[in-house]
Design a protein around this ligand. Structure first.
Ligand SMILES: Cc1cc2nc3c(=O)[nH]c(=O)nc-3n(C[C@H](O)[C@H](O)[C@H](O)COP(=O)(O)OP(=O)(O)OC[C@H]3O[C@@H](n4cnc5c(N)ncnc54)[C@H](O)[C@@H]3O)c2cc1C
Length: 334
């Protein structure tokens, strides 16, 4: 028996990642139960009632509507103990990622995070994940049970099926004593949120945007307008080189909407957009290694000898990015 552990979103629904994890769990072909944690869980359970689960178990209450270590860990532990599963699959959300190692310890199991593939081979479950910053991919199995696996997005198409009546069984749990209370959320306005994993395009900015240009002037304000206009018009996700985000810490005037969260590369992120456009960046290996999963790559650089021209990009435009992006924005604005 396997168990898939899910939590509801703020509106009581299940996320796309939850439904992808459900599809990956079903694909294992073993009997499974569903455990759902949330403030209200009934409609979430009913929405996947026909998925083939043997049982639906829920832990419900206002305390479980919010991400908090004490309550999430206690809920996960109680659901796992109620089912006694071999495998426990969860979507790799920040909520589950945070508590799974502790839960595995409490129940004497093992845990693996960032799982990017899960199949049955020779009668055993085999997981795939990357190591050493996406340089090596390993396919592995474990004999310890329960084995907890946090599944990344995109490894299965989201489950679709009819809703029904799940007849979920409520698992009782004494709410653990907690010193943490959630008093609200602070989030940037939607148009200030520049990291968009679901966007079609990754738009990368390099340090060239802040360098002296051919007329001898530094044009940071102009760069800011061009970049923000492009993001607004294209709804792309904003990435950056390390040099550009580091400049802020060195007291140089930089683009205020960039932080280390935007950094792509060896010591940054490895995004997975279908297309990427790099601007004012030299295309050095520690940066371009972060483009490993970008499907179609284009770059705009003044330097015809930059890294992009040496096999890192499909197309390199040797051009002034200020002029190109101004024109692109005019065309997009139409
Ligand atoms: C251990 C280690 C880890 C690192 N990790 C990372 C990492 O995770 N991510 C990362 O990005 N870097 C990383 N680096 C740094 C990396 O090696 C490079 O230094 C960095 O990526 C360079 O950034 P850049 O291309 O923006 O800047 P620069 O090298 O300064 O290049 C700027 C480019 O802009 C071009 N340019 C200027 N004006 C224009 C214009 N008007 N139009 C078009 N082009 C223009 C110039 O021709 C130049 O090619 C790491 C380095 C080390 C040693």
């Amino acid at each position: 028996m396997n168990l898939i552990l899910l939590h509801t979103e703020a509106d009581g629904t299940l996320s796309k990642l939850s439904l992808e994890t459900l599809a990956a769990t079903i694909a294992l072909g073993a009997p499974f139960s569903v455990g759902i944690v949330g403030e209200n869980t009934a409609s979430a359970a009913d929405s996947i009632a026909t998925c083939g689960a043997g049982k639906f178990l829920t832990i419900t209450g206002p305390e479980f509507g919010q991400a908090r270590y004490a309550t999430d860990a206690a809920a996960a532990e109680a659901l796992i103990r109620a089912v006694g599963p071999d495998l426990v699959t969860t979507p790799a959300t920040s909520r589950w990622n945070r508590v799974l190692p502790g839960v595995a310890h409490r129940i004497g199991g093992k845990v693996d995070s960032h799982v990017t593939g899960l199949v049955m081979a020779d009668g055993k479950p085999q997981a795939t994940r990357w190591f050493y910053r996406q340089r090596m991919e390993a396919v592995f199995s474990r004999s310890t049970r329960p084995w907890l696996l946090a599944l990344e997005g995109g490894i299965a198409a989201a489950w679709t099926g009819a809703a029904g009546t799940a007849n979920a069984e409520a698992v009782s749990l004494t709410v653990p004593v907690s010193r943490t209370s959630v008093i609200g959320f602070e989030a940037p306005a939607a148009d200030q949120q520049t990291i968009r994993p679901d966007a079609d395009l990754l738009f990368v900015t390099g340090a060239g945007w802040t360098k002296k240009q051919s007329d001898g002037l530094v044009k940071t304000a102009e760069a800011e307008t061009l970049i923000l206009d492009f993001l607004r018009l294209s709804r792309s996700s904003l990435g950056s080189t390390k040099s550009l985000v580091d400049l802020g810490g060195e007291g140089v005037a930089v683009l205020p909407f960039l932080s280390h969260m935007n950094q792509v590369g060896q010591t940054g992120s490895t995004p997975r957009h279908a297309k990427g456009l790099s601007t004012c960046c030299h295309g050095e290996e520690p940066h371009t290694v972060g483009w490993r999963f970008i499907g179609e790559r284009r770059a705009i650089s003044l330097d015809a000898n930059c890294g992009w021209s040496r096999g890192k990009a499909d197309i390199l435009y040797v051009a002034d990015a200020f002029a190109v992006m101004e024109k692109v924005n005019v065309l997009l604005g139409r």
